[in-house]
Every structure is written in C-alpha cells, then in structure tokens.
Ligand binder design. Structure first.
Ligand code: ADP
Ligand code: ZN
Ligand code: ZN
Length: 687
C-alpha cells in the first residue's frame, strides 16, 4: 500500500539557469527523487521532484500540471539528493543544473520518451537489448603486498565510518595494489566501491591492467566504467548497472562522483592532485572535494592517492584531518631514475638541446633502449615571424599567435585558442620579405630535428595532433611498447599512466616556461608533472636517467626534484603560501566576465566590486572578504571576446560562502549586466 497523498503540489528541479522554485500540480502518485515531465514555457522538460510543499510558491491558479511521472527508475536516492544539493549550494548553481546534467543524456530528454522511436523510454529500450555473454577474465595474479602496503591496506580496511586517507608514494610504489586490496574487502562484504582516475582521453595500458584486475575481482558485469568519452547508450547501460547495484565497482573519471550508488562503502581518488578532477565549465566542481564530502555524509572511508599530493591535501594531512599512509619505495625495481639538471645558461644548444642530452640519447639508443623527449608544446613552431620588419603570425580573433603546423609536407597557421586556420603567407604581409622564419620550437620541429641528428633512429611523436584520428594513439603507443620506436617525442599526453619497458632516458625541454606563469600554483604543477614524466623512466631499467634543461637550476622546484623530495618541496611551498596568505590558508572564488569589449567587461566587474562594498559581510574583522581589482585574463581576447576576472578571497570558508550568497543574486540587475556573460568558480585552480 502506498502512503496517502493529501496534497497535489510538487516542487521540481529543472535544468534551467534560473534560481527559484518550479511548482506543479500532480494528482498521480509521485515520490521525492522521481523524474517527471513538465511544461516549461513553450517547452517540455524532464525534472526531478525535490519536495512536496504544503502550498505552492506562487498563485495556485497559474500552476501547471505535471504531464507525466516517469516510473522507469526508482526514485533517485536521498543521499544523492543531498550530494547534489550540497554541490549546488557550494558552487552556487541552481540545483537542477547540478542534478540533471549528472544523469545519462536519455534520462533527461523528453524526446527519449516521446519521440517516434521511444518504445517505452530509454531504460526499457536498454533492458530489452541483448548483451554479449561476458568473457572469462584473466588477469595477472595480485602480488604479495610488502609491509608498507599491508599496513596501508589494513588501515583502510579497518576504518569503520568516515576516514580520509592520503596515500603517498612515488610512481610504482604500489598504490594501486593498496586500492585493489581495499576494494576487495568492500566487495567481499557486499558493498560498492568507486575508483576515480584522471580523465582518460585515450586508454593507457595501465588502465587496461587495472580494469582486468578489477574484473577478475568483481566479474565482468561487476565493473562499470564511466567517463565522458562513452557513447550515450554505453553510458546509460553502465550507469543503470551501478544504480541498480549490479556492478560492485565503478572505475570512472570526475563525472562518476555524481553517480547514485546504493551500497557505496569506499571512494578512492587516484592521482588526487590531477587538474582533470576539476570541471572547467558549467558546474565547476572538484570531484575530489565532492568525494570527501560524500564520504563524510555516508560515513565511509575515502582514499586520496598521489606521488605528488596537492598542497591542499598535504596540508590537511599535516593538520590531522587526513591520515597519511606512506609507501616509501618502489615496489619492484627499487632504483628511482637519477635526475640531472642541465644548466643551459652558458651552453650552445643544438635544435634547443644541450650537447650532453644529445650524447645521452645517442648512447641509449645504441644500447637498444628508448629515449623520451618531453616538450609541452605542440605544433612546429609557436610563432612565425619576419626578421626584416618584425611581423608576427598574430591571430586576428585572439590576443595570441597562430602556431605554425607542418604535417606531411604541408604547412598552416593555427590558433590554439579559437582553432582558426590560415595559410602560411609566401612573403611577409607587411614588407614583402620572402624569408619568414619560425621562432621557437614545438614537438613537430623537435621530431624533425631528432631525425636529422640521429639518422636511422626511429622517431615517433605523440601529441594531440598526431593522435587526432580514433585509434591512432593506441597504435602509436603499441609501436612504442613493441620496441619499434627509439626516440619518442611527446607532450603531457605521454606523461600519464604509461609504463615503457625499454625507456632508459627522459629529456625535458622548456620546463622553465611552465615555471614562470602568473599562477601561484605553477611550481606545484611543474613539480607534479616532472615527477610524473620522470616516473616513466626506470620502472624496468636500472640506471635510467632524467635530464631537465633549465636556465634556473637554483629554483626550489628543481632542487627538490633532484632529490625526489616531495616532502621538502611541499614544506617549502606551504611556508610560502602561509606567508602570502594563499590557499590552503585562504579560500578563493573567481568571477570571470566576458563581452565584446574589454572596458565593458572591466566596468562590469568594477561594478560587482562596488556592490560588494555595500554588503555587511565584506566588512572587516576576522571573517573579512577581500575583493581584488578586476584584471584582464592573460590571453584577454579569444574569438573576439574580451575577458577579465575578479578574485574574491577570505581566510574563512564560511565567510566566503556567506558573502557569495548575498553578492551573487543582485549581480544580474547591475547596469551593464546584460551586455556581459559571467560565471563564478569556487576554489579555482587557475588564476
Ligand atoms: P603505483 O600505483 O604506486 O604507481 P602500482 O600499484 O601500479 O604502483 O605498482 C607498480 C608495479 O609494481 C606494478 O607492476 C605492480 O604489479 C607491482 N607491484 C606492486 N606491489 C607489488 C608487490 N608487493 N610485490 C611485487 N610487485 C608489486
Ligand atoms: Zn616583414
Ligand atoms: Zn584565435
């Protein structure tokens, strides 16, 4: 028997950029968490029932009626409603804009229910589809854990209730084995586990290894993979297996944190420092931070793992809010690669490379090993210029240069911001000089140079350009693994997850450009990235080497890298942050605005700032909120839109939140608000 429903009103969350309540009349039986189809203006929308108010928020005469109650799924669970409500509140977005995008596409589209081929809706359609019988899964047997791993796994398995663990260990120290042990314990007890990994734009082989290990534990159907690259139908099928509790393990990227999981008992966030956990559009959430919240709300353990934790997490561990678990050494080959700095200040470089590096490459390939040259800049050359008059290949839509690309003998100029493409001028558009020159180098030019320096060597390049075609990344990586490549040139795409058996040398070019950015997190990111690249070496080869070219070898980042000293680097970094009053010792929000003209953008932000001064919570005291001057973004113009930002900061998170709650709603009524688009990001990663 069902509960009586004396009141016909339902409050529905919709995916529309409006704050406020959307109330409807519903005579049919409906529960909070169920989806409904409602009329909205001239459209029909899928929404989620979030309340059964005793009276509607506006005149009952004007209230429309729910068109249909969708009963293809049980109501979305209460803990999921709490999670999305928290995210909406914390990131200052309407609840419906959090909930609905978190559902697989077909579940939030009216057309999937009322279209010509709806056939009872997407869930019934999914369930009617026959699936391939699952194959037997074979995976490498799990190794016997070493004492540090055993201790870490025991601490996690022994945790009853909420507990946040920071698992710190270099690449190859066996963190994954610890996750797997902890997950095995959860599965044995009938629970579900969520394992988050950084965004996978391709499927690195480690992910495959991980997947097969998980499948060996939970069964083929017991593991669901959730990431943004899935086709809609695949994602729906996987999501349904999780929501129905059929899959015990979810392996997913950041969006997976918003999956309803009825028996969730453990969350693991691998590479917790990775920037891809932060969504960069729409709801700008941090999946890592939501993981902590969700674990606390459900009273379950959460594990953050990294070789180079974010300074935020390291600080929390130092303050006792997270429990630190250390894996002090590599699990197999104990030798970490030797790291060397090459001071380029007094060196004559050849094609941007030091003689020492070139020599080392030659030696390694002579020994049948591979060399990886890391350069985080794709294209042939970042700018084309005229030595006679100073003309440069400026993009006419952006405040950036068009990058020279060369591919199979053809050249073109491409803007990396707006993607506009133009022909390479035969002669200088300003002075007619026929000798235009590339300035600086990207991966294509480096590839060419290495082919010149090492005739006969097999050189391959892996970056976003060489892997555009579906499957081409896998092909390239397969060649590397098969030993068909001697020298690999790559951007950060090669840094993650790959395990190159024959790799004996890693060379790093142009690291300094990453160091001298305006962003206070630049050294932290550089350290993490270089540790990760360095981690590609020496997993199987003893005596492997990493050579970093720099003009600033005395910088603390490089000095710490030399010693593989994350702890020292973190101590130094946190001291600096404390002194400067930066996160994690302060909390930030960033208001970014854009319009056709910079003065207009800046004027709007200035008006926002003035408005803040009239609010009580912007006043002084311990909980003060500081608003900085609006400033243009580093690349101020993209696609003819001029962008600027306003940073808001406070020593107190609650004070910042209180302030934002008061400040944001009136912004849309400011004069000039209609001419600009703006968005707020809480806890921004890039400033
Ligand atoms: P991480 O996740 O810290 O980078 P992994 O868990 O992937 O490290 O381990 C690196 C390699 O060492 C893997 O090939 C793994 O199978 C192996 N390994 C991990 N733990 C052990 C162990 N206790 N004994 C033997 N090999 C291990
Ligand atoms: Zn010229
Ligand atoms: Zn452009």
């Amino acid at each position: 028997m069902s509960d009586p429903q004396p009141l016909p009103w339902v409050r529905v969350a919709l995916d529309v950029p409006l704050q406020g309540h959307f109330d409807y009349r519903c005579e049919a039986e409906v529960a909070v968490g169920q989806r409904v189809i409602v009329p909205f203006g001239r459209r029909e929308l899928v929404g989620v029932v979030v309340d059964r108010p005793s009276a509607p928020a506006f005149d009952p005469e004007q209230i429309k009626t729910v068109l249909e109650v969708l009963d293809d799924l049980p109501a979305l669970p209460a803990d999921w409603l709490r999670l999305t409500a928290f995210a909406a509140d914390y990131y200052h977005r309407p609840w419906g804009e959090v909930m609905l995008p978190a559902l697989p596409g077909p579940l939030r589209r009216v057309a999937a229910y009322h279209g010509k081929r709806a056939q009872g809706g997407p869930v019934r359609r999914n369930d009617a589809r026959r699936r391939r019988a699952s194959a037997e899964v074979e995976a490498a047997p799990s190794p016997t854990l070493n004492p540090a791993q055993t201790e870490a796994a025991a601490a996690i398995r022994g945790c009853a209730g909420y507990g946040a663990f920071l698992l710190h260990g270099v690449t190859g120290s066996g963190k994954t084995e610890v996750y797997l042990q902890a997950i095995a314990g959860i599965l044995a007890a009938g629970g579900q586990a969520l394992l988050l990994v950084p965004e996978i734009n391709l499927t690195p082989q480690l992910q495959q290894v991980l997947l097969s290990r998980l499948r060996a534990m939970a069964g083929e159907a017991g593991v669901a993979v959730l990431h943004s690259g899935l086709a809609e139908g695949e994602r729906l099928a996987a999501w349904l297996r999780v929501v129905r509790g059929e899959a015990g393990v979810v392996l997913g990227t950041r969006l997976a944190i918003l999956t309803p999981m009825p028996r969730l008992r453990l969350i693991v966030v691998d590479e917790e420092h990775d920037a891809s956990y932060k969504q960069q559009e729409g709801l700008r959430y941090s999946a890592r931070d939501l993981a902590i919240w969700r674990a606390r709300d459900l009273n379950i353990p959460v594990v953050l793992g990294s070789a180079t934790p974010s300074l935020e997490s390291w600080h929390h561990a130092g303050a006792g809010r997270y429990q630190r678990l250390d894996l002090p050494a590599r699990a197999v080959s104990s030798a970490l690669p030797a790291i060397r700095l090459i001071d380029t200040r007094r060196l004559a470089l050849q094609h941007g490379m030091a003689p020492l590096l070139l020599e080392a490459i030659g030696q390694r390939i002579a020994q049948g090993q591979q060399a990886l040259i890391f350069l985080n800049r794709r294209g042939y050359s970042p700018v084309l210029h005229c030595p006679a008059c100073g003309w440069v290949s400026q993009c006419d839509q952006c405040s950036a240069y068009r990058v020279l690309h060369r591919h199979e003998g053809r050249s073109l100029l491409r803007c990396h911001h707006c993607s506009a493409v133009s022909r390479v001028p035969r002669d200088c558009p300003d002075c007619g000089n026929q000798d235009l020159q590339p300035m600086g180098r990207g991966t294509q030019r480096l590839e060419e140079a290495l082919e010149t320096c090492f005739p006969g060597a097999r050189v391959a390049r892996i970056d976003a350009d060489s892997t555009r075609r579906k499957g081409s990344a896998e092909q390239l990586f397969a060649k590397v693994h098969a030993g068909e490549v001697d020298i690999l040139v790559g951007t950060q795409m090669v840094a993650k997850g790959h395990d190159f058996r024959r790799l004996g040398l890693v060379g790093v070019l142009n690291a300094d450009t990453m160091l001298f950015s305006h962003d206070f997190r630049a050294p932290e990111r550089l350290f993490a990235q270089l540790m990760q690249v360095a981690g590609r070496a020496g997993r199987h080869q003893d005596g492997s080497e990493v050579m970093i070219q720099t003009g600033y070898p005395e910088q603390p980042v490089y000095q710490a890298l030399l010693r593989h000293d994350y702890v020292g680097f973190a101590r130094h970094g946190l001291d600096e942050r404390r002194g400067a009053g930066l996160p994690p010792f302060a909390y930030q929000a960033l208001l970014t605005a854009e319009s056709g003209e910079l003065p207009q953008t800046l004027a709007f932000l200035a008006a926002c700032r003035e408005l803040a001064a009239t609010l009580p919570d912007a006043a002084g005291g311990d909980a003060a909120v500081t608003l900085y001057d609006p400033v243009p973004l580093r690349v101020v113009r993209v696609n003819r839109v001029e962008r600027a930002q306003l940073l808001v900061e406070s020593r107190s998170r609650p004070a910042l939140q209180r302030f934002l709650r008061q400040w944001l709603p009136p912004l849309s009524s400011l004069p000039g608000a209609r001419a600009v688009r703006w968005q707020l990001e809480v806890d921004p990663l890039e400033i």
